[in-house]
Design a protein around this ligand. Structure first.
Ligand code: HEC
Length: 172
């Protein structure tokens, strides 16, 4: 009887020790493995490469004299005079649709609506030269602000004059 008891006590002691040991091993492997995993991720060049690729900016500013020649070199385009002539020969209607219609078709921001004879009669009375100058240089009137060239600095004075002609022709 006491022999059984002794065996049982020893047996339980060993089982307890084994359980403690395995719990300790689990904790140890977590600590060691966790650290190793972390350093694998933060040091592995493949992983770093992937992260850098994903957080790369979409565009880069090219700084004169610092960036690679292909980025900086102006494209060697030899513009043929004939091509330029074609480009500049846009009609007043085209210029109007591209640069002025956004405000003047609906009369946005106080702009005189194209086709509104009453709104245009007093303006047309100022004379074409005044209207050209105000459209090209910009104009602050009582109704609002007419931005220079309708905000399209790329337009030639010619193109703006053509658009003014088109607008006034539509509005009288
Ligand atoms: C951002 C809106 C906007 C755009 C784009 C715009 N205009 Fe105007 N324009 C105005 C406003 C507002 C006025 C009225 C200003 C006032 O009389 O108070 C005006 C007035 C004018 C006038 C009358 C000026 C005067 O002396 O009475 C002409 C001409 C004119 N615009 C031409 C153009 C042409 C041509 C374009 C395109 C190249 C253009 N506008 C694009 C807002 C715009």
């Amino acid at each position: 009887m006491s022999h059984d008891r002794k065996f049982f006590d020893t047996f339980m002691l060993i089982i307890g020790a084994l359980v403690l040991f395995s719990v300790a091993m689990i904790i140890l492997s977590e600590v060691v493995g966790g650290r190793a995993q972390e350093s694998f991720l933060s040091e592995d060049p493949a992983v770093i490469g992937m992260i850098e690729e994903q957080i790369e900016p979409f565009g880069k500013v090219a700084v004169a004299g610092q960036d690679a020649p292909p980025v900086m070199a102006p494209p060697p385009v030899s513009v043929q005079p004939a091509v330029v002539a074609v480009v500049e020969e846009v009609s007043g209607e085209d210029v109007y649709n591209g640069a002025c219609a956004v405000c003047h078709t609906a009369g946005i921001a106080g702009s005189p609506k194209t086709g509104d004879v009453a709104a245009w009669s007093s303006r047309i009375a100022k004379g074409a030269e005044t209207l050209y100058a105000n459209a090209i240089n910009g104009y602050q009137g009582e109704a609002g602000v007419m931005p220079a060239k309708g905000g399209r600095a790329d337009l030639t004075d010619e193109a703006v004059r053509a658009a003014v002609d088109y607008m006034t022709a539509q509005s009288q």
